[in-house]
Design a protein around this ligand. Structure first.
Ligand SMILES: NC(=O)c1ccc[n+]([C@@H]2O[C@H](COP(=O)([O-])OP(=O)(O)OC[C@H]3O[C@@H](n4cnc5c(N)ncnc54)[C@H](O)[C@@H]3O)[C@@H](O)[C@H]2O)c1
Length: 286
């Protein structure tokens, strides 16, 4: 089927579920979705307190009549917990129109310092959880032939960076998952929309300490800008977005011999970005 386009899934009037919305861009997307007229915003996060706080912020920003928000304390690495929370979500809200798989973690360790637990946890949160939530909420979208599944991946899902082997691997996995999902839906003629979003570093604290060499072309992004961009992309029906746009160059560079690609990674300072990384202590050990 050539030039197949999924239907748009506007935020206005939608029931939106965001994983990892207790902080960072997830929180900002929750508040902005409420401001844009979402009918309900559902927050899933490991952290009960911050999740409830986001739900309250969404409530305060909401513009839709009879808006509802709710927070569920869910560890997306726990298959049973995801299944139970999904059942409760569907029984309380009836449906999920827009699912944003946003929860993510990073260890920032050189490969030889990573443990099995680090690697497993990174893949569990950053990749495997996406399969779980999609299994719960995609069937309803397919039945209605409407909806959107959003994958918050990363530029680190497109290019390898020192000290990100577990994160890179898991984000490449998320990119592969999202691409396969899009192809599968298109191939079966479903109009459910998917968005794969791959941003460069964002100043949320998750990657505290990272440095960028050329801040004009490769700026550290503000969480506000990213949250707005993701919601704009959903509203417009965009299916793949990287930010800043120069990150797209990676896909062209990959067609060249490896030493040239590596020289560009050095030149743009990407290989040094993680040198002073501190991150959020405790992320990998939760
Ligand atoms: N910050 C960046 O530089 C950057 C760059 C590219 C992509 N991203 C991606 O964007 C997404 C959001 O990042 P952020 O910067 O807002 O991070 P953040 O650390 O501010 O927020 C992540 C949220 O996920 C939650 N979370 C972590 N593990 C969880 C689990 N097992 N179950 C449920 N919730 C869990 C945390 O409690 C937190 O509220 C992540 O997927 C991240 O990989 C971030």
């Amino acid at each position: 089927m050539l030039f197949f386009k999924p239907y748009k899934a506007p935020i206005k009037g939608a029931v939106v579920l965001i994983t990892g919305a207790g902080s960072g861009i997830g929180r900002l997307m929750a508040v902005e979705a409420a401001r844009r007229g979402a009918r309900a915003v559902i927050v899933w996060d490991l952290n009960a307190e911050s999740g409830a706080e986001t739900a309250g912020m969404a409530e305060a920003a909401a513009t839709a009549p009879r808006f509802r928000s709710g927070a569920f304390t869910v560890d997306v690495t726990d298959a049973e917990a995801v299944h139970e929370a999904a059942a409760q979500t569907l029984s309380e809200y009836g449906r999920v129109d827009i699912l944003i798989n946003n929860a993510g973690i990073v260890t920032g360790k050189p490969v030889l310092e990573t443990t099995d637990r680090d690697v497993q946890r990174s893949f569990e949160v950053n990749t495997i959880a996406h399969y779980r939530t999609v299994r719960e909420f995609l069937p309803g979208m397919i039945a209605r032939d409407r909806g959107s599944v959003v994958t918050i991946a990363s530029a680190a899902g497109l290019v390898g960076v020192p000290r990100l082997s577990d994160y890179n691997g898991s984000k490449f996995g998320a990119v592969g998952f999202a691409q396969s999902l899009r192809e599968e839906l298109r191939h079966m003629g479903s109009h459910v929309h998917t968005l794969l979003y791959c941003p460069y570093y964002i100043s949320t604290g998750m990657f505290a300490g990272v440095k960028t060499k050329f801040s004009l072309v490769l700026p550290i992004l503000t969480p506000e800008k990213v949250a707005t961009q993701v919601l704009d992309a959903i509203d417009k029906g965009t299916q793949f977005k990287v930010h800043p746009p120069i990150v797209r160059l990676v896909q062209i560079l990959q067609a060249f011999p490896v030493p040239f690609m590596d020289a560009m990674v050095e030149f743009f300072g990407v290989a040094d970005t993680m040198n002073e990384f501190t991150g959020r202590a405790g992320d990998a050990t939760k």
